[in-house]
Design a protein around this ligand. Structure first.
Ligand SMILES: [Zn+2]
Length: 212
């Protein structure tokens, strides 16, 4: 999931106006910022199918640190402590909560590959598998983003944030709609694309929240 995470960020930004939007934008993205780093350094494993670009064909073989509920949230507490120190303690708590929200949203789309504990013996993996219905997933994630944005964001920011979300969702469209026969990415390129995708979206949204 990509733009759906930012819809949750907008809800948290509306709920907690005293917390800088950038803290929340980084919070909801944190697992997908950590994940590429761990993939590129070989700590977590992903495989892509060269002849299938769809997201349910991505093998999230192992990501016990970035995408587990328990371990991932504990790791998020490290930058959370930095936020608590640099901004204020409440902002640190919101950062960690935003990061945990990422896992719960990913549960909706992922194919039973999300670990609960992360590290530890026989871990339970969950995922409701919306990605098995890629066209519906494409529409539902956009619908969720649009509805939340219209409902919770200040009127002046609605159009720019809708444009930002739509642009990134369309960039991501091939992974839902299978427009190309082959997967244009290797596993490492996919990780790099995720990292830059999230960073660019955070930058764009932060710029809009700062009043452009
Ligand atoms: Zn994720």
């Amino acid at each position: 999931m990509f733009i759906g995470h930012f819809a949750v960020a907008y809800i948290l930004i509306a709920l907690f106006p005293a917390v800088p939007p950038l803290v929340i934008l980084f919070g909801v993205s944190f697992p997908d910022l950590l994940w590429p780093v761990l993939v590129l350094t070989g700590k977590e494993k992903v495989s892509v199918s060269p002849d299938n670009p769809l997201q349910n064909a991505i093998g999230f073989t192992s990501y016990p640190f970035s995408h587990s509920l328990v371990t991932g949230t504990l790791i998020a507490a490290v930058p959370g402590l930095a936020v608590a120190y640099l901004v204020n303690p409440f902002a640190g708590v919101v950062f960690v909560g935003a990061s945990a929200s990422h896992w719960f949203l990913d549960v909706v789309t992922h194919i039973r590959d999300l670990p609960v504990l992360g590290i530890g013996g026989s871990d339970v993996k969950v995922g409701l598998g919306l990605w098995n219905y890629p066209r519906q997933a494409f529409v539902l994630e956009l619908f969720f983003y649009v509805v939340v944005t219209v409902l919770v964001v200040q009127p002046a920011m609605v159009i720019p944030l809708l444009a930002l979300g739509l642009a990134f969702h369309l960039i991501n469209a091939n992974s839902f709609l299978g427009l190309s026969k082959n997967n244009p990415f290797t596993a490492r390129q996919y990780a790099v694309a995720a990292l830059f995708g999230f960073l660019l979206f955070i930058g764009g949204a932060a710029w809009i929240f700062a009043g452009m």
